[in-house]
Design a protein around this ligand. Structure first.
Ligand code: SF4
Ligand code: MG
Length: 331
């Protein structure tokens, strides 16, 4: 397995005390597979990515285990981590403008990780940079290499970010909302590029998004996060055809159907509970139209729907369904 995440937890210090941002996160990514992580903002998607990269504030408490190609990277020293970041695993962020250095040329920034992680000569590096710029569909690579980020459009900048991330041929690429800041046409082009990259390499990709449309476009398998926990996991087609968790159902309902006006994800009434104010039972209970008594008192366990489809919801617990069936039918 390329990536194995086991019982990952993250606590951050806020206003003098620690609160849990991520709780019991476990998943795997195989070589060549694109795993979607989906949920509204504030559900812990980006924090999961930053925890994998171990790009966390100083006082963060990280628990659990992350294995990348059989190596437990959660026990790595800072120095060893620097060796794998940008090399074995890379990350692309939402906003290409703030991620690029305005003072350095495109060429210098793409070359940086080649200097850090390879023994290539100057000429070899230049050739590789040109190759990368062309591979991500950028025109006039020879000129672009000497241009600065502000001379580029948003879509071009995101292509540069992808070129940087791809420079050392990482085994794992983490993309955090890579198309959110782009307009719809450019968004489609970048997703197409991601699919090309996926076909051409054996890279594992984690695609973080709040957009079910993006999930449908590029993902093989999906985990749905809510308030710092995984609430559902399934292959992409199964998830779209047979969503089980009321939260997943809500997310899918908010996708505009053909001919319908675009609805916002926020069409599920209510908001995500904040860390430090987590309810004792199911974290979605306040927004769930199916909530039963047990939902408010006890956190639902992961329940197998199919071999590769799990959800954390009391509705699918056989014993609970019998006990509480009456409560539900009176809703
Ligand atoms: Fe709704 Fe209960 Fe399922 Fe939570 S466990 S999603 S409150 S039915
Ligand atoms: Mg985010």
């Amino acid at each position: 397995m390329l990536l194995e995440v086991n019982d990952l937890s993250l606590s951050l210090k806020r206003a003098g005390k620690y609160s849990k941002i991520l709780d019991g996160i476990s998943f795997q990514v195989a070589q060549g597979e694109t795993l979607g992580i989906v949920g509204e903002s504030g559900c812990g998607k980006s924090m999961t990515a930053l925890s994998l990269m171990q790009l966390l504030p100083d006082k963060a408490r990280l628990g659990g285990k992350v294995d990348l190609q059989g190596e437990q990277i959660t026990s790595f020293s800072k120095r060893k981590l620097e060796k794998i970041r940008g090399n074995q695993m890379s990350m692309i962020f939402q906003d290409p403008l703030t991620s690029l250095n305005p003072l350095h040329t495109v060429g210098t920034q793409v070359e940086e990780s080649l200097i850090l992680h390879t023994k290539k000569s100057k000429q070899e590096r230049r050739d590789r940079v040109l190759h990368l710029l062309r591979a991500v569909g950028l025109p006039r690579a020879e000129e672009l290499i000497d241009e600065y980020p502000h001379q580029l459009s948003g879509g071009m900048r995101q292509r540069v970010m992808i070129a940087i991330a791809m420079a050392c041929e990482p085994q794992l690429l983490i993309c955090d909302e890579p198309t959110t800041a782009l307009d719809v046409t450019v968004q489609a082009q970048i997703l197409e590029l991601m699919n090309d990259i996926k076909r051409q390499t054996k890279m594992g990709i984690i695609m973080i998004t709040h957009d079910m449309g993006v999930v449908a476009e590029v993902c093989d398998r999906v985990i749905v996060m809510y308030a710092g926990k995984i609430v559902e996991e399934a292959p992409v087609i199964e998830l779209f055809q047979n969503p089980k968790h009321p939260y997943t159902q809500g997310l899918l309902d908010s996708i505009p159907k053909l001919g319908e006006r675009k609805k916002k994800l926020g069409s599920i009434p209510g908001t995500v509970p904040t860390p430090g104010n987590m309810p004792a039972g199911c974290r979605f209970a306040d927004r769930c139209i199916h909530a039963m008594d047990i939902c408010r008192s006890t956190l639902p366990p992961m329940i197998n729907i199919l071999e590769n489809h799990q959800t954390a919801c009391w509705l699918y617990d056989e014993k609970e369904a019998k006990n509480d069936g009456s409560a539900r039918s009176t809703e």
